[in-house]
Write a protein that binds this ligand. Sequence first.
Ligand code: GLN
Length: 534
Amino acid sequence: MADTKYIFVTGGVVSSLGKGIISASLGKLLQARGYKVTIQKFDPYINIDPGTLNPYEHGECYVTVDGHEADLDLGHYERFLNVQTTRANNITTGRIYQSVINKERKGDYLGKTVQVVPHITDEIKRNVKLLGSKYKFDFVITEIGGTVGDIESLPFIESVRQLKWELGKNCLCVHLTYVPYIAAAKEYKTKPTQHSVKQLQELGIQPDILVLRTEHWLKKELLHKVALFCNVAEDAVIQSVDMPTIYEVPLLLQKQNMDVTVLKKIGLEIGATPEMTEWRAFLHKKAAATETVKIGLVGKYVELQDAYKSIDESLLQAAIYNDRILDLHLFHSEKLNDENAAELLSGMDGLVIAPGFGQRGIEGKFAAIKYAREHNKPCFGICLGMQCMVIEFARDVLGMKDANSTEMEPNTSYKVIDMMEEQKNITHLGGSMRLGAYDCELKKGSKAYQAYKKTHVQERHRHRFEFNGAYKTQFEEAGMMCTGENPETGLVEVVEIPTLNWFVGVQFHPEYSSTVENPHPLFVSFVKASIENK
Ligand code: GLN
């Protein structure tokens, strides 16, 4: 396609309406028509990236292959599009300012006063266009975080206004709003939508398409009213009705011809409606499943809906590919101990030990792992979960009573998980982290190898501490094998106890790369083992 087309997705009325899912779903529909699509997220906060934000603030921190700590919406983009994102797909206000300030210090502005308009907005626009020009995408969908009217998002909205003007037909704005149901009046109310559109118009943007988030289907008259008051064609008023799963949203939008409306507005040929065969097959499989698989997830953020987003989605996908309904149980690691582990966990078919940072809740993870190891229950340790498998084994099997990670206890006599020499000298937060995709060689015959069906894999990392190679022989002689290693550094990436049915710990994060059309082999294999364990 000659010119890249830019679609902006803004939100009004309230947050959490699902801009990420709408962006991902529209992206999927355009991709299904053969276009090369990418989705980008702008976050209006000052942090350079969400890497330093705790899960209470921001849910899960997602990691891209090139080692960027990113907003969790990028996870949705990858799960829907089955295409990897990079650091260019997630930009914060902090990064925009950092780049402008660096240029100012270098004298790039030649003595001019540096201002929000045009310097900040130019930097925002440069980052929008970069994906189109450098990576040659047909469509760049840019989701603007926050809600229209927020002080913080004004420079982004202003940049959208300028780009709409500059790009003309090659640019569209999709605005997502909320239509609440007022129970006492037994009515749906469109006033918040009208106000939110008005606010956008005051900022110089006329939305081209409106997406109304609602609990139930709205009547035609209501849509007509919204179209009339908001200067939008009636076929450009789309409903986003609550769905049992986010994966149904692309089909929901397709049914309302949202992609057709986009193509018409941009002036592209419509062509045949894509079949979405693989996507539909996934949903059919999901609908056809009748039996459940009970998975317990052990972590310290279980009360937060989004803290383990990618793990939840990976498990859901893996369950569906195993023709099962996922029955996910969350166990707070601070509430688990050796006394209650059997009672609480015995009903589970398999256990996942979650990633994390810091001491809090760590003992409960050991209790869950010990229970799984002694009762041959499928157990999948991810990052800190894997490190806990190693520590628990050291303490219980190798008799190293105070074995620990130096993250938790710097003076432990058995530093079975430790910071590696190269990382010790890097002091600033985030700097010492091993981030992004690294190679891993798997041992033939291992559980991991059986899952992947290949020896060479690449997986994403986000951690500081590592299995301490000095103890490798001791572990292997006692039955915990190192079955995956980084070919360059020798760092241990995977541990397993081969005598058990499925007991695998991975230092990396497989959950970041499981997608609807390409579920992660380790999750699929773990869920399969859990079903067989029933
Ligand atoms: N806290 C551990 C480390 O830094 C594990 C991190 C994680 O689970 N993502 O190595």
